[in-house]
Write a protein that binds this ligand. Sequence first.
Ligand SMILES: [Zn+2]
Length: 281
Amino acid sequence: MRKLNLPVEDAIDVFDICISKVQNNDLKARLEHCKPNLITAVTDYTTKAPRIELHTIATHNSINGNVSSEEMKKVYTDRMVGSTSPGRYIYDKWRASAPNNICPLCAQRTTDTLEHHLPKGNYPIYSVVPINIFPACSACNKIKLDLVVNSPEREPIHPYFDDVDDELWLKAEVIELKPASLRFYTVKPDNWDEIKYERIRNHFKLFELEKLYGSHSAVELTNYNYRINEMFETGGALLVRNFLEGSWLSMRNVNLNSWQTATYQALFNSNWYQEGGFKSE
Ligand SMILES: [Zn+2]
């Protein structure tokens, strides 16, 4: 899961821009009155996110009994997502903010939407709060939907507040059947506490990453089959091993916990693969 830089926009500025073209005077006045609640909510979020306490924020269906959940959600859907809406340029900027447009939740598919960490349906006050919104792929967005959790270990990894690349937690093992394939799994780093590990384990499960990575690594193995065969014919298992080691170190240098790093580490550790397991038959 990829860490992202915090958005630089101020929550009240974004809110002001979004509601700037509200025509209905009553609605406009009620939205304006939400600002103190918004400031409190952002402070609460900023304090709780690094402590893995966002699950303690209560779900709500109105802001102060003054603005309904639906009205607040529309500040996002009508005034930030809409193609001609005043907040659209912020939406576009955030959606394009992930390095190489890679989704921070699955670290594989490309970003094409925005994701609310605390879902706007259950936490409408956070509908347009910058630190609650980040770019993601539609598949992850669909999986997460209106997820509400009630314990720290169920909190999905937050791209702005969590760093899970400080230790190795993603591994793969070679399934010794022809054609060779890989199974991905998580391991608990010694330096992590149980909650951090349970979070990554639950995140891995929730976003179905075992299947996603298994499928991409299978394509990778097929793509390299010709080259590995050629190396084996010229320099035997040793040459194959050297190539796999170089690939593993190169991938690891880019990202410690990518499926590519796990793939090449597993292949480098597999004598079975190097001594002919790579052959399709
Ligand atoms: Zn994704």
